[in-house]
Write a protein that binds this ligand. Structure first.
Ligand code: AMP
Length: 189
């Protein structure tokens, strides 16, 4: 069983790489962003609690996020491996994830960070904006999410780095080349 965390700011290409990794390795994909969007769309109790927070582009409190993640893990007892996307975003979440993995007799084997600078992400998004028609509201939310990543989420990286689990992959370049670099890490080549 191999468990992986894929890290990177909005616009880094995490979605594209996740899809390819799932196809190649059969990971169970756990994206906390997707899960929160499902809850808000379906107006569950949890969805109602997090809707405003998500709309502002802020992070959902750890307690709620960790409980939701645990539920999702418990739904997949026979998973060959997990690919965590958008989680953890705080050190408390990273510690909880390690505990859950340990309780199941496994661990997070690799934390792969797609290395894309804030300037590059903002320029990609500006390009996208000139093609798509984005409403201001979404723009502002996206700006907030990028800021959240570069001011808060990046602090999770030293947690993994200290333990030698962090692998950085250059996130600028051809999709296939980036995918190849990630596969090399997973395959230990
Ligand atoms: P994402 O699609 O991963 O960027 O997530 C969309 C939104 O869901 C974020 O802007 C947060 O409001 C919330 N969210 C997703 N994952 C987390 C997490 N691990 N911790 C806190 N909030 C999260």
């Amino acid at each position: 069983m191999i468990n992986l965390v894929l890290f990177g700011p909005p616009g880094a290409g995490k979605g594209t790489q996740s899809e390819k990794l799932i196809k190649q390795y059969g990971f169970v994909h756990i994206s906390t962003g997707d899960l929160f969007r499902w809850h808000t769309k379906n107006e569950t109790e949890l969805g109602k609690r997090v809707k405003e927070i998500m709309n502002s582009g802020s992070l959902v409190p750890d307690e709620i996020t960790i409980a939701m993640l645990k539920e999702e893990l418990d739904k997949n007892p026979n998973a060959k491996g997990f690919l965590f996307d958008g989680f953890p975003r705080t050190v408390a979440q990273a510690e909880a994830l390690d505990r859950f993995m340990k309780d199941n007799g496994t661990a997070i084997h690799h934390v792969i960070a797609l290395d894309v600078t804030e300037a590059e992400v903002r320029s990609r998004i500006a390009k996208r904006r000139s093609i798509e028609n984005r409403v201001d509201d979404e723009e502002e939310k996206l700006n907030k999410r990028i800021t959240e990543y570069f001011t808060k989420t990046v602090h999770v990286l030293p947690y993994y780095e200290k333990q030698g689990r962090l692998k950085t992959v250059q996130g600028i370049g051809e999709i296939e080349a980036i995918f190849g670099s990630i596969c090399k890490i997973i395959d230990h080549k």
